[in-house]
Design a protein around this ligand. Structure first.
Ligand SMILES: Cc1cc2nc3c(=O)[nH]c(=O)nc-3n(C[C@H](O)[C@H](O)[C@H](O)COP(=O)(O)OP(=O)(O)OC[C@H]3O[C@@H](n4cnc5c(N)ncnc54)[C@H](O)[C@@H]3O)c2cc1C
Length: 401
């Protein structure tokens, strides 16, 4: 499996430095990691924080390491090689931090960014509502300014990680009379009050077909946040949200092929175990999957060159999101078809095996962060320059105004 990419002398130097550090510091026993890279070993997280290996793509002045996309790719590879997890700070690192860096005041940066790095603040995303998903600007959650605070009421849905989070980055309508994209504010809302009581949040977990309840229906009743927590200024939240969504779609496009390649080769082993390695139909499908993983690798390299001078992932990240999410759905189906009847059975506790888990989880990848259809709209309009869809003012992910 081609893992290491020759990325030139700067990257090679960084690779050598990192390899030395990992050799001296990586834990002997493997630390555990969930699918989002959130690590459950605080000692390893602390070691990485002390050495400056957290939130590494943030600029140095904000506590990051100022790594380029290329160096992050090297880092992902070296951590994978050393079999240790790269600790990430979830949505705080990937979505909120970069948006605060672009839109926050100096005081907001000084207050909120260190709390993401040291793990004090764990964020959840309060964007979607029952009637506002793709058409995100149709959101109805209200925000009323009361003295030095914003008071927020409404309903959010599909709030991933809400039960683990202590703060929500929330979109609310602070000017109901303004055109729909202009009256929205982006507010960081603590989920608990200082005395530990809920800050008006009522979370109702929603169980998914994987058997896990990864998100909630989130009822917000007069949650209070200081005006200081409004990012980008009152009624300017749509622009901030677009920065957030650009990062959500962009993801780790440069190195995601590594995980897909791992799943692919592990599945090849499974196919051998079940005696289907010589089945011509299975071989044809495996060839299809392999070629797609390779396309992701080359696309990652292409993106790396683009990122060398520009940090913003831009609208082409929509093409990437569409490609990998649709690939994984198809790969999931191939796995289930190949394994056959056994793929439909779980134990009595509904514990899924690796293949079932990939298959069922993959169904959601073409939905979150903007559906595959919406990514096509963005790619059509903003990458290819096609005319806008008739009657559509905007989609989730398309900046307006
Ligand atoms: C696993 C998972 C985790 C999520 N986590 C979060 C979270 O943490 N926070 C959060 O705020 N949200 C979260 N979401 C919600 C997600 O962002 C929305 O589900 C998504 O934006 C789609 O919105 P919707 O579900 O309302 O579908 P709708 O917008 O109602 O879409 C329904 C269908 O219509 C299609 N469609 C809609 N508009 C168009 C158009 N203009 N052109 C073509 N087709 C169109 C869609 O593609 C889709 O097939 C999560 C979703 C999932 C599945």
């Amino acid at each position: 499996m081609p893992l290491e990419i020759d990325l030139g002398p700067t990257a090679s130097r960084f690779r050598a430095e990192l390899r030395d550090w990992l050799e001296a510091n990586a834990p002997d026993a493997p630390t555990s990691e969930d699918r989002r890279g959130l690590v459950t070993d605080p000692e390893w997280a602390r070691r990485l924080q002390d050495a400056g290996y957290l939130c590494v793509s943030w600029p140095k002045e904000f506590g990051g390491r100022g790594l380029t996309g290329l160096e992050v790719a090297v880092m992902n590879e070296e951590f994978a090689r050393a079999k240790v997890p790269r600790v990430t700070r979830g949505m705080g690192e990937g979505l909120v931090g970069p948006s605060i860096i672009v839109w926050g005041t100096d005081e907001q940066k000084a207050y909120f960014l260190p709390r993401i790095i040291d793990g004090t603040d764990v964020y959840c995303q309060g964007f979607s509502e029952p009637d506002a998903g793709s058409d995100l600007a149709g959101l109805q959650t209200r925000g009323v300014v009361d003295g030095e605070e914003v008071v927020i009421s409404g309903q959010k849905v599909w709030t991933s990680g809400a039960t683990r989070a202590n703060i929500m980055f929330c979109l609310c309508r602070t000017d109901p009379d303004a055109p729909k994209h202009r009256g929205i504010s982006y507010v960081l809302v603590p989920m608990k009050r200082e005395d530990g009581a809920s800050n008006g949040f009522d979370l109702s977990p929603i169980k998914q077909m994987t058997g896990l309840a990864g998100f909630t229906a989130t009822f917000i009743n007069e949650a209070r946040a200081p005006l200081f927590n409004v990012i980008g200024g009152l009624n300017n939240g749509w622009r901030v949200a677009m920065t957030t969504l650009g990062n959500e779609r962009g993801g780790n496009a440069t190195t995601q092929h590594v995980q897909h390649a791992r799943d692919f080769w592990a599945f090849v082993d499974k196919v051998r175990q079940i005696g289907k390695a010589n089945d011509p139909v299975v071989r044809q499908q495996l060839a299809w999957a392999y070629s797609h993983v390779e396309i992701m690798r080359f696309q990652g390299l292409r993106l790396l060159s683009a990122l060398a001078d520009r940090r913003d992932p831009g609208p082409s990240s929509s093409i990437n999101k569409m490609f990998w999410s649709e690939y994984q759905r198809r790969f999931g189906e191939i796995m289930m078809d190949t394994i056959g009847m056994a793929s439909t059975v779980t134990d009595e506790d509904y514990r899924l095996d690796r293949w079932q888990s990939i298959f069922l989880t993959s169904r959601s990848h073409t939905i979150w962060g903007g559906t595959a259809q919406v990514q096509r709209n963005i790619a059509g309009e903003r990458v290819l320059g096609l005319p806008k869809e008739p009657g559509m003012e905007s989609d989730r992910g398309e900046p307006v105004g």
